[in-house]
Ligand binder design. Structure first.
Ligand code: NBG
Length: 829
């Protein structure tokens, strides 16, 4: 105790400007081996990062000790992705050291913003799913709920995107090349087996048991990143596993002279945590991906079991020590792995182990797209995880017996619910991971109201009929700490002026802004802040893309992964319709707009890459057109990430959330834009529905077919070409793309895209086109009334409280996890 007290005392004095300055200079010397004269901005970053890290360690250790002493139950959030973003600014915010650090850097004559900018973010996720996991860790810590995020320490995260000649080019993301001040490599390591076969034997009491004789073993080594709560002392853990060979090299092989064979083994083992798979491609059945999933799940469960045994002495107490949330199906193998560990290694009975499993696991589904539902080829699964295959067969046979009793004679249902897809439609037998997750979990949730409802009626409908009580909704949320306070300090300051200082922990307090929505003076300050953010983004775009934007124009922004269902091409068609109108009538009064895009396409997704090329080609023509470019500009900002996002969200006037109804599970970018005062143009899809309800129908630009109308269109037969024939605007823009204007005369470059729109149009771009164009005209009109627009913008922010991830986490905890919050104390602190 006195030990902690001493350390906390140390941190107290260490908070002064003077101490930060001294410690920074020390770290510059002792960590980076630089002096003030020859240090680069990156060195400054490293020195400051260590300075901040030193100041959070007392909290980190106190949390560990308090959690242990109080024998808490923890939430284990299992996720193949954590997109945590840059850490320095966030940790400074959580420690409430912003003013002092800024002052210390100023005294040293250093540019604090430039130092923050030097951080290379860990891109350990693809998009919304990974970022959601990071927001949830932030809220768990802030709400003082003991939690560990478990995942993979990919050596290479999501690729960096460069744009060459309008095309996306992928560059490997060597994010660790400058070191990583935030991670603490740990001694803790666990063995993970792969391949081989299973033997049966009788134990001393004569029970039949199974022994997995593996073909190879790798080790998982824990790397911990502290996750600080805001306004509290709790520091939770993000524990990521790095794969390594059993020994640095195999001594036996070495002694027999096979040095290179031993090196090979090492390389094979290290490959497991080498690189994150980009998503949005149909499941390719990649063996390495399955190994990654099993690898991190196996290490994580061994870690949880160790902690349980240490605290309680018996695995039977697991549900009192942990509740395990499966972030999509990527960690669903945990159900079978827990059974294996319990039965084979801890000698539990099947029934005992299954009862614990069903009390401990919960599953979040993040997509309705059938092609994104994971199903592993059975042969592959069998060869990598032979023991798990047996266990899954056993779970399945017991489960299907239950189904048979409930639904007598319903063979079609049995086939649909089976954990094994028998592959009768071709494609071979497969293991269905979503079914495994449903069968082994106590709770199943979707991520927005509409998505949760659709799940019950479609992909998980059979499971809903079997266990309606398991199904829940947990609408996504995002952390206002990062997406308002860090991303938009001037807005945060204005909010604080009006609503007081507790809003970052109680986002509903933003309601107090409502009464100011009509105040002229307040509106003017509001517009000033938006203007500032737009100028900042314009500077960034000037630097990265050499395109000049007018901060007075309407900033119309769509940033997210590039996917046909998200319909970036619908946005492009609107731009082209404006272009056509301006060309025909140069004196036409149109609200000046800057169209800003950003987002990565999966490397193997050709249509998405063609959409990027189209955006850039349209940008080229429009931005160079002396007449049109006075009114319209188009930009594709390369390498959209958490970091660039923090610059982009605050600058938006209009947020594009235009997915085909029924396709976007929730969306979270929509919430980040709303929090920063953008108005949304959107369909009734995902969380848009709830955003519209919260901010008010009058403050949201709605267009497009509803889910029901979409279903009807498909049921009655959809012929996009008829729309093309009938609708002059639509025909004009599609013809324009095919004219060669955007492809140096090549009329075929974009035909995969336009042919698809005319012949199939799987995401109903043509069907929603006219409604979208009309709605955009209303947007342009509304923007001309700056007072009216400001009022709506203020109301959007005032009413966005429910989209805080704190609300989401409170709901998860109340309805699923039941973990007791524990306020960490620094004695004497
Ligand atoms: C994504 C959905 C988004 C949702 C995030 C977070 C996957 C599989 N799903 O709509 O597409 O906001 O998950 O829930 O990445």
């Amino acid at each position: 105790m006195s030990d902690i007290a001493e350390r906390s005392l140390h941190t107290r004095t260490a908070r002064s400007v003077e101490a930060i300055r001294r410690s920074f200079v020390d770290n510059l010397f002792y960590v980076t081996a630089r002096t003030f004269d020859n240090a680069t901005t990156l060195d400054h970053y490293t020195a400051l990062a260590y300075t901040i890290r030193d100041r959070l360690l007392a909290r980190y250790i106190a949390t560990d000790e308090d959690y242990k002493r109080r024998d808490v139950k923890s939430v284990a959030y299992l996720s193949a992705e954590f997109l945590i973003g840059p850490q320095l600014g966030n940790n400074i915010l959580s420690l409430d050291l912003q003013d002092n650090v800024r002052e210390a850097m100023k005294e040293l004559g250093l540019d604090f913003e430039a130092i923050l900018e030097a951080e290379e973010e860990p891109g350990l996720g693809n998009g919304g799913l990974g970022r959601l996991a990071a927001c949830y860790l932030d809220s768990l810590a802030t709400l003082e709920i003991p939690a560990i995020g478990y995942g993979i320490r990919y050596e290479y995260g999501i690729f960096e995107q460069a744009i060459k000649d309008g095309w996306q080019v992928e560059v490997a993301d060597a994010w660790l090349r400058n070191g990583n001040p935030w991670e603490l490599p740990r001694q803790r390591r666990y063995p993970v087996k792969f391949g081989g076969h299973v033997e049966q034997y009788r134990d001393d009491e004569g029970h039949l048991r199974h022994r997995w004789v593996a073909e190879s073993v790798v080790y998982g080594i824990a790397h911990d990143t502290p996750i600080l709560g805001y306004g509290v002392l709790n520091v939770n853990l993000l524990r990521l596993w790095k794969s390594e060979a059993r020994e640095s090299f195999d001594l036996h092989a070495f002694n027999t002279g096979d040095y290179y064979g031993a090196v090979d083994d090492m390389v094979v083992a290290q490959n497991i945590s080498k690189v994150l798979y980009p998503n949005d491609e149909p499941e390719a059945g990649k063996a390495l991906r399955l190994r990654q999933q099993y690898f991190f799940v196996c290490c994580s469960l061994q870690d949880m079991i160790r902690i349980t045994l240490q605290a309680r002495g018996s695995l039977a107490h697991f549900p009192e020590k942990f509740v395990v949330q499966l972030n999509d199906t990527h960690p669903a193998i945990a159900i079978a792995e827990f059974m294996r560990l319990a039965i084979d290694e801890h000698q539990m009975t099947w029934e005992g182990a299954w009862a614990i499993t069903r009390r401990s696991f919960a599953y979040t589904n993040h997509t309705l797209l059938p092609e994104a539902l994971e199903a592993w080829p059975l042969d592959l699964f069998q060869s990598i995880l032979p023991r798990h295959m047996e266990i899954i067969f056993e779970i399945n046979s017991r489960f299907l017996d239950e189904v048979r009793i409930r639904f007598i004679g319903d063979d079609a249902r049995l086939a649909r619910m089976s954990l094994i897809d028998e592959g009768l439609g071709g494609g071979g037998r497969r293991v269905r991971m979503a079914n495994l997750a449903c069968v082994g979990s106590m709770a199943i949730n979707g991520v927005a109201e509409m998505h949760s409802e659709l799940l019950k009626g479609t992909v998980l409908g059979d499971f809903y009929e079997m266990w309606p009580e398991k199904f829940q909704n947990k609408t996504n949320g995002v952390t206002p700490r990062r997406f308002i306070a860090l991303a938009n300090p001037p807005l945060a300051a204005l909010i604080e002026d009006i609503v007081g200082n507790d809003w970052l922990r109680n986002l509903d307090n933003l309601r107090r802004l409502e009464s100011h929505a009509d105040h002229g003076e307040f509106q003017a300050r509001w517009r000033g802040i938006k203007r500032l953010a737009k100028e900042r983004l314009a500077e960034h775009i000037q630097r990265c893309c050499a395109i000049t934007l007018d901060p007075d124009s309407l900033f119309d922004i769509q940033v997210k992964r590039i996917h046909e269902y998200k319909r970036q091409h619908l946005n492009v068609l609107h731009i082209l319709s404006l272009y056509n109108r301006l060309k025909h009538n140069p004196s036409l009064e149109i609200t000046p707009r800057s169209f800003i895009f950003g987002g990565k396409a999966a490397p193997g997704y050709h249509m998405a890459k063609l959409i990027i090329k189209l955006i850039n080609s349209v940008a080229d023509v429009i931005n160079r057109d002396p007449q049109v470019s006075k009114i319209l500009k188009v930009v594709f900002v390369p390498d959209f990430s958490v970091k660039t996002g923090q610059r982009i969200y605050p600058a938006a006037d209009l947020s594009e959330q235009i997915s085909t109804a029924g396709k976007e599970a929730s969306g979270t970018g929509n919430m980040k834009f709303t929090m920063n005062g953008a108005l949304t143009i959107g369909t009734l899809d995902g969380a848009n529905v709830e955003i519209r309800a919260a901010v008010g129908e009058d403050n949201f630009f709605l267009f497009g077919k509803t889910v029901q109308q979409v279903d009807e269109i498909w049921a009655t037969g959809y012929r996009p070409r008829d729309l093309y024939d009938r609708d002059d605007d639509l025909r004009a823009v599609i013809d324009l793309i095919n004219s060669g204007l955007f492809s140096h005369g090549d009329r075929t470059l974009f035909s995969p895209l336009t042919d698809n729109l005319l012949n199939h149009d799987p995401f109903l771009v043509c069907a929603d086109f006219q409604d979208y164009i009309d709605c955009q005209a209303r947007v342009g009109e509304a923007y001309r009334d700056q007072e009216g627009w400001s009022r709506q913008s203020i109301l959007n922010v005032a009413r966005c409280g429910m989209f805080s991830s704190d609300r989401a986490i409170r709901e998860y905890n109340a309805d699923i996890w039941h973990a007791e919050p524990l306020a960490v104390k620094l004695s004497k602190g």
